[in-house]
Design a protein around this ligand. Structure first.
Ligand code: ADP
Ligand code: MG
Ligand code: ZN
Length: 481
């Protein structure tokens, strides 16, 4: 009988904190800049300098941890983690080791409609390393702009059981750090990076199998493929009678496979010891409570609110929570006019069809103006069709819907007398079609509607046009018989 295997995955996620300054010095954290421009004696690791902990970074770490239901550890302790690498100027990284600032959290994920709780083992603060640039000449150059930028590392328990679950967890985490303003979540620029620890074991076995650690995935899709590949590779090796070595492997996105990078270091290889230049970090209970009280609404709660309070579909709720800015935009629009469904449709199909989310803030169609447009449809000042034309003009001219309607005389006609006059004229002018209708060819009704709308420039209220046309056609038929 062949063995049934179970995959076990734990993720280590590095998030760059959205502070203006680095973790232990005042250098800017902005991406790019001239090479080595954002550096000073502290982040270059000159001898004799003293680090000063950035309080803003502590606040963001606490925010992330409390959003993930972690317990705050006070005091927490910074430690030196030694390794030799050209982009690490001090020869050690300042991180937290035995006493991380946050522990024992969890995050709910949803896969195939089922919800599961994934444990967060720890979140610790640390500084980023610099970047090695491999030049065409064969030389390796070093850019230390990123050295000393504040990070948190969020370490999960080995609770994930498939690549799908790993990606669901990563997306849930990504969403939370972005909605709390802890991290911009940019995977391409490396401000949100993930290492995946993967092992397999026979179903029913309690002890964990030997794991490998995957690095270098830059997209959710990459994580999905890498984890799937690695699970299959483990199973293959074991079924062929081989053995998995604990090692760090590099995911090669183009080749679609992982390859061995280095053997796994043990903690003792790093010669950890407490950072003597930084005192233990004490976080007072009232500070914890202040951060907790200031936590913004989290994406899951927002989705629930959009569905339960505003009657949106779960699909629409998920689209809106794809971006914090979209939720803010939508909430502002609904506050101005409470037709949530219509506003969501206009926003997600019409507006986002023309304007990328990143440009919404500068778009002349503001939440208030779109709300006004929908309000004008709802009170029958304009038809839905005319509204599309007005919408285009709002985008191009930057005018308000009312100004466009007034300037172009686009107000919908709801006066039954006026509508009836137009309908009557069209019916009278087309006796041949009336005869066809009488003979039972009811599809010519569409012809009449088309004629009426063309003559009136689409401004007649469609419901009233339908009602009056039906009445007049019925009369014409009655008169004949
Ligand atoms: P290290 O100190 O070597 O980084 P940790 O024990 O802190 O190792 O674990 C790092 C990550 O690996 C965690 O997310 C953890 O859940 C995961 N992990 C640990 N052991 C296994 C295993 N056997 N299989 C899969 N994931 C594991
Ligand atoms: Mg680790
Ligand atoms: Zn500096």
């Amino acid at each position: 009988m062949s063995i049934r295997w179970e995959a076990v995955i734990g993720l280590e996620v590095h998030c760059q904190l959205l502070t203006r300054e680095k973790l232990f010095c005042g250098c800017p954290t902005t991406f790019g800049g001239a090479v080595n421009d954002h550096t000073c004696p502290i982040c270059l690791g000159f001898p004799g300098v003293m680090p000063v902990l950035n309080g803003e970074a502590v606040a963001l770490a606490l925010t992330a941890g409390l959003a993930l239901d972690c317990r705050v550890r006070s005091p927490s302790v910074f430690a030196r983690k030694h390794y030799f690498y050209p982009d690490l100027p001090k020869g050690y990284q300042v991180t937290q080791y035995e006493a991380p600032i946050l522990e024992f959290g969890h995050l709910a994920i949803e896969v195939d409609g089922a919800s599961r709780d994934i444990g967060i083992r720890r979140i610790h603060m640390e500084e980023d390393a610099g970047k090695s640039i491999h030049a065409d000449s064969g030389a390796t150059l070093v850019d230390l702009n990123r050295a000393g930028v504040p990070l948190i590392e969020i370490v999960s328990d080995p609770d994930l059981r498939s690549a799908d679950e790993a990606v669901a967890y990563l997306k849930a985490l990504h969403e939370i750090v972005r909605f709390t303003g802890v991290c911009d979540g940019n995977m391409e620029e490396g401000s949100f990076r993930c290492d995946a620890n993967v092992s397999v074991r026979p179903v029913g076995q309690r002890t964990l199998g030997t794991r490998t650690e995957l690095k270098n995935m830059n997209t959710f899709r990459g994580v999905q493929r890498a984890v799937e590949y690695e699970i299959a590779r483990h199973i293959q090796v074991l079924e062929d009678g081989g053995r998995i070595d604990q090692e760090t492997r590099l995911w090669d996105e183009n080749a679609g496979r992982s390859r061995a990078m280095r053997g796994k270091e043990d903690a003792h290889d790093y010669r950890y010891f407490p950072e003597p230049d930084l005192p233990p970090l004490v976080v007072a209970p009232d500070r914890v409570e202040a951060v907790r009280a200031a936590l913004p609404e989290l994406p899951r709660a927002i989705r629930r609110r959009l569905v339960e309070d505003h009657g949106l579909s779960t699909y629409d709720a998920a689209v809106l929570t794809g971006e914090p800015a979209l939720v803010r935009w939508f909430d502002a629009a609904v506050a101005a006019h409470p037709n949530a469904k219509a506003l969501c449709n206009w926003l997600t199909t019409e507006l986002l069809g023309r304007v990328p989310v990143s440009a919404l803030a500068a778009c002349p169609v503001t939440p208030e103006r779109l709300a006004r447009l929908v309000a004008l449809i709802d009170d029958q000042t304009i038809s839905g069709k005319i509204a599309k034309t007005i919408f285009e003009k709002m985008l191009l001219s930057g005018e308000t819907p009312d100004a466009i309607i007034d300037a172009e005389g686009l107000r919908q006609v709801t006066d039954t007398g006026a509508i009836e006059a137009t309908v009557r004229a069209v019916v009278a002018a087309n006796p041949a079609q009336v005869a066809q209708f009488r003979a039972g060819k009811t599809t010519v009704r569409g012809f009449f509607i088309g004629q009426i709308m063309r003559q009136s420039g689409g401004k007649l209220n469609p419901a009233l046009v339908n009602e009056i046309l039906d009445r007049l056609l019925a009369q014409a038929t009655d008169q004949e018989t």
